[in-house]
Ligand binder design. Structure first.
Ligand code: ZN
Ligand code: ZN
Length: 402
């Protein structure tokens, strides 16, 4: 049985860019090692989740790892909380939250003037009510996540965000009888939070400067942290995850992966690419399956910077040379979790190139790794097909039938 290294270059897929003479970032990049891997294996196009779906990184990674997102994706609240790096447990209830400004009982700004650095506020709001723990973590600008942990909790809770200005903040309502306890806890939390926020020095300072205070926290998108069946039990492989992105580490953690920290890895374009690859190679001693997520390609896509996306691909290519020596007993898979075309600036439903490289498997005559070249390769698959193919190419599949 072979070891597996799965490299997900986040948002890898692209569309033609004027700045790159009509080429995609992959087509324009100089990437001899990725090209070597594609000529040393089998390639194709992979549609994340399903054909034409504009997958998020969360739903796509779930699906790639063999967890049907239709079953295990419990909404943006829980997955955004994972993305903020809150250590979550199955059964926790998570909400997306916004700091907002209220004046004379009405919401006048749902984003509190796009306030920055709300960490102090969030820390003050953390509490325990009736034996239930409230964890509050700030995100970018006015965004935050609230997680509640305890027994007897339900996620059948209405939003406390009226989703419009000039309305009154609303209380949480139970959407089913078993959620009564949770709704009452949320409302106690909101009442307490309003008192704390009104008096908080940061808000008093903002008001004295004529700026909008963050004197209300609004919750929405309640969802339960899902319990994922363990990856080890599903596939018989010990998994480790190397990623600078809290969301990906969170998902891998729920699946029972160990999380490997790497010096200089930061989930940005200036991450330490070579440390990531060395850590992966070292981890092969202890683990059967290494998941690597590299975020830079997605960031460049969102920022509409095709030259930067090309540069990130070239950096990754330049550090993966040591992987080529592992091909006799390691299966190397390279793909993206979705396309983030620079011309669009967000995820699209376009398929992403994928390659499976190892010694002894059919080479499908594809010698370059990009959206167009791999279209003549073996596969047109969805992300649901990746784990069965990995099991097969790493000599782990059990025979179906006699
Ligand atoms: Zn992604
Ligand atoms: Zn993205």
């Amino acid at each position: 049985m072979k070891h597996v290294i799965l490299i997900i270059m986040d948002g890898l897929g692209d569309r033609p860019n004027v700045e790159l003479d009509g080429k995609t970032a992959l087509q324009a990049a100089t990437k001899p090692n990725l090209d070597y891997l594609s000529s040393h294996g089998t390639t194709g196009l992979m549609s994340p989740v399903s054909f034409g779906i504009r997958a998020g990184s969360d739903t796509s990674h779930l699906s790639i790892l063999g967890y049907d997102p239709h079953k295990y994706y419990t909404g943006r609240g829980p997955f955004e909380a994972l993305g903020l790096g809150i250590p979550l447990k199955p059964g926790d209830i998570a909400f997306r939250a916004n700091y907002a400004s209220v004046m004379n009982g009405k919401i006048i700004d749902r984003r509190a003037g796009r306030i920055q650095n709300t960490e102090d506020l969030s820390r003050e709001l953390e509490t325990e009510i009736d034996g239930v723990k409230f964890i509050v973590k700030s995100g970018v600008e006015h965004r935050a996540a609230v997680v509640i942990r305890g027994s007897g909790l339900s996620d059948m809770i209405s939003d406390t965000d009226p989703h419009s200005v000039n309305s009154q903040p609303v209380n949480a309502k139970a959407l089913s009888p078993e959620a009564d306890f949770t709704a009452s806890l949320i409302n106690k939390f909101l009442e307490r939070s309003r008192k704390i926020l009104a008096k908080h020095p940061l808000n008093q300072k903002l008001v004295s400067q004529g700026k909008l205070p963050a004197n209300e926290i609004m919750l929405r998108g309640a969802g339960k942290i899902p319990k994922l069946p363990s990856f080890h039990e599903k596939y018989g492989m010990n998994g480790a995850c190397i990623s600078g992105t809290p969301l990906i580490r969170g998902i891998a953690g729920l699946a029972g992966f160990d999380i490997i920290s790497v010096e200089g890895m930061n989930g940005r374009v200036d991450t330490n690419y070579s440390n990531i690859i060395s850590a992966a190679i070292r981890s092969l001693e202890k683990y059967d399956f290494i998941l690597i997520n590299i975020k830079g390609t997605d960031i460049a896509g969102h920022d509409k910077k095709p030259l930067l996306k090309k540069e990130v691909i070239e950096k990754v290519d330049s550090v993966i040379l040591p992987l080529l020596k592992l091909l006799p007993d390691t299966l190397i898979v390279v793909t993206g979790d979705h396309s983030t075309p620079c011309s669009f600036g967000d995820h699209t439903g376009d398929p992403v190139p994928i390659l499976f490289a190892t010694d002894g498997i059919i080479n499908d005559n594809v010698k370059t790794f990009d959206e167009l070249s791999v279209s003549t390769g073996y596969y047109k698959i969805t992300s649901n097909d990746i784990m069965p193919l990995i099991m097969s190419y790493s000599d782990r599949s059990e025979k179906y039938g006699a």
